[in-house]
Design a protein around this ligand. Structure first.
Ligand SMILES: Cc1ncc(COP(=O)(O)O)c(C=O)c1O
Length: 414
């Protein structure tokens, strides 16, 4: 804590508060392609405006109360119904809003653990098996839930090695996970094969579609080869799908979805023995913003399927230009994957120096450590922005080759 007192004795006028906020925002890395190239999911200026309006209308509303508020409750129920429709939930499926992929995964793992106590009792500490590429949210969830994580190395094509996963099942395994796609490589695991393993061994099967849930269906419509990943696959018991990623909602907003309402008793934590009587919430958190749910509802209604497909087409066009541009730069190569995301690396240039060079040019080069790669999430942006990014990358790559770029300052997770 600093010695300097910040909390003012007297308040200031609205304008100066606003000015200071704008100044804070101005100091951040611009949420534009390549500068801060991940976790933006802006979509377009039009969507940005739509979100701001929706957020404003519900800015002060607490979705904790959705069960008691007719309007907010209906809006939330409609978002969940649309999410289940998009992900091919059967009639008996159900879903809940959470604050993000991490909470959705936490809820699914909690439900799996409670389900296993009844449906698949294990002799020791429960284990959750996932490919090496699975999101770290599973580790967090399992740590809180006192379960062990078993990560199985992925195949050379960065997809889950299903045979190795099956071979690693122990009497304590309760759940198995696949990603569609995973975050580090953008590849979709063989979900149908993993689900078949789950059915053979009576395991809970979770699909992490935090990134893909609201974009894979549109890639499929556009003719991309997207393997089945949702409730159409028998054996998939739960999914996580983030509205605040390719659903283009404001953060925090995600969904955890279950094939059957019958597992609801395992999902909920119900408490009665405290002064305020019966208490249960949709996910782990208590209060949560209705405003982000309102943005999800607005974007879903405003875009509809055709709007999402059009936006996805634009993302893929930007992706194509970037991939071509990157591969035209000597020594750089993109990784094949199943998403809109781009991963690229060099086998000849020193990657930490390439990354350091991009940091020096004011970019925030998000990426992967194993193997070391840079990651981009294409959004519809003007051609000039693509050209500027590619020009910077080309210059840095030549600098590394010629030894004029030497900094190895890495941008890391905060
Ligand atoms: C595949 C995947 N799962 C889960 C998460 C966690 O989501 P959140 O950051 O919304 O908690 C992410 C985040 O990027 C992700 O990519």
């Amino acid at each position: 804590m600093s010695n300097e007192r910040l909390f003012p004795q007297r308040g200031s006028d609205r304008e100066s508060v606003r000015e200071r906020l704008l100044e804070f925002k101005g100091r951040d890395i611009s949420e534009a392609l390549g500068r801060l190239n991940v976790y933006c999911h802006k979509g377009s200026e039009e969507l940005d405006q739509l979100r701001r309006d929706a957020y404003g209308i519900f800015a002060h509303s607490n979705a904790f109360l959705a069960g008691y508020m007719d309007g907010m409750g209906t809006m939330q129920a409609e978002v969940l119904q649309m999410a289940l429709e998009i992900l091919n939930g059967p009639v008996e499926s159900c879903a809940f809003i959470t604050t993000g992929g991490t909470e959705s995964i936490f809820c699914a793992m909690h439900t799996a653990r409670e389900w296993a106590k009844v449906e698949r009792p294990v002799p020791g500490r429960p284990q959750v098996m996932l490919p090496y590429s699975g999101h770290v949210a599973f580790d967090k969830a399992c740590q809180f839930l006192e379960m062990d994580i078993v990560r199985i190395p992925v195949r050379d094509d960065y997809r889950a090695d299903v045979a190795a996963m099956e071979a690693a099942i122990t009497p304590n395994t309760i759940a198995i996970v696949g990603s569609a796609p995973n975050w580090p490589y953008g590849t979709i695991d063989p979900i149908a094969d993993i689900a078949a393993v789950a059915q053979r061994h009576h395991l809970w099967m979770h699909v992490d579609a935090c990134v893909g849930g609201f974009i894979n269906p549109w890639l499929e419509r556009l003719g991309y080869d997207i393997p089945l990943f949702d409730f159409r696959v028998p054996g998939v018991m739960s999914m996580s799908a983030d509205l605040h990623k390719h659903g283009y909602a404001s953060k925090p907003c995600s969904t955890v979805l279950y094939r059957s309402r019958a597992v609801e008793p395992y999902h909920f934590v119900e408490v009665d023995d405290w002064p305020d009587g019966p208490y249960k919430t949709a996910g782990f958190v208590g209060s949560r913003p209705a405003a982000s749910v309102a943005t999800a509802w607005s974007v879903m209604k405003y875009l509809g399927e055709s709007g999402y497909v059009a936006l996805t087409r634009e993302c893929m066009e930007v992706r194509q230009k970037l991939v071509e541009g990157i591969e035209n730069i000597e020594d750089l190569k993109c990784l094949q994957n199943d998403s809109t995301m781009i991963y690229f690396r060099s086998e000849t240039l020193d990657m930490p120096t390439l990354i350091g060079g991009m940091v020096e040019k004011g970019y925030f080069p998000f990426g992967v450590f194993n193997p070391m790669m840079l990651q981009l999430i294409p959004e519809p942006v003007p051609d000039e922005m693509i050209d500027t990014y590619l020009a910077a990358l080309k210059e840095v790559a030549s600098g590394v080759r010629e030894g004029t770029v030497t900094s190895t300052a890495l941008a890391r997770y905060a």
